[in-house]
Design a protein around this ligand. Structure first.
Ligand code: TMP
Length: 209
């Protein structure tokens, strides 16, 4: 089973993925947790470029193709082999992030991005996509305190520095995608304490196990 987690900055994906991983392992599943960008060797190099706050000159189309290159390699090298061995794959972001950020956020054509996603992934769609949904102000506040704590303001801050309206479009983009494909998506309210959020996530995944 292939499960992806999506959401705006600071939505709590890492915490929820860690909780999901230990829950699924306790049920006896083999679990692979991975992420985009950065889930394979090439992806780590691409992630460093994509998230470097000093790369302010990166063209939107160039940025798009770097995310797609990361995805194509990651699907071929990591995700497909793990699924073929029967693992549950939990992936922190996938192509819906490209549609939300580069499409709804940056303004690239959404329908074209959806077809490019099919090409990059060879048609591999998630069985479940959990959108952790919360107001962008709350998410950005969490992301900023996390980054300043980790001293990551240079390397992880390129998107977090963008204006509120951008992040609002991204959030609305995820909700639009979820409404288009209600069978694949589960939108979980990501406000409140992590255990309460996890019970919503657990329900969404459990229904599809
Ligand atoms: P992360 O901080 O959740 O790992 O995500 C990395 C950043 O990259 C985040 O700001 C969202 C952005 N992103 C895109 O713009 N497009 C994509 O396709 C992906 C996967 C991430």
């Amino acid at each position: 089973m292939f499960v992806t987690f999506e959401g705006v900055e600071g939505a709590g994906k890492s915490t929820q993925i860690a909780l999901a991983e230990s829950w699924l392992r306790s049920l006896g599943h083999t679990v692979l947790t991975t992420r985009q960008p950065g889930g394979c060797g090439l992806g780590l190099t691409l992630r460093a470029i994509l998230l470097d706050a000093r790369n302010t000159h990166l063209d939107s189309t160039a940025e798009l193709f770097l995310y797609l290159a990361d995805r194509a390699q990651h699907v071929a090298e990591v995700i497909r082999p793990a699924l073929a061995q029967g693992a549950v794959v939990l992936c922190d972001r996938y192509h819906d992030s490209t549609v939300a950020y580069q499409g709804f956020g940056r303004g690239l054509d959404v329908e074209r991005l959806i077809s490019l996603g099919e090409m990059a992934t060879g048609g591999l769609a998630p069985d479940v996509t959990v959108v952790l949904d919360l107001p962008v102000e709350q998410g950005l506040a969490r992301a900023r305190s996390r980054n300043s704590g980790a001293g990551a303001s240079q390397s992880e801050g390129r998107f977090e520095a963008l204006e509120m309206a951008f992040h609002q479009r991204v959030r609305d983009g995820f909700l639009t995608l979820a409404a288009r494909e209600p069978h694949r998506f589960a939108v979980a309210d990501a406000t409140g304490d992590p255990q309460a959020v996890f019970s919503r996530v657990q329900r969404a995944i459990g229904q599809r196990l």
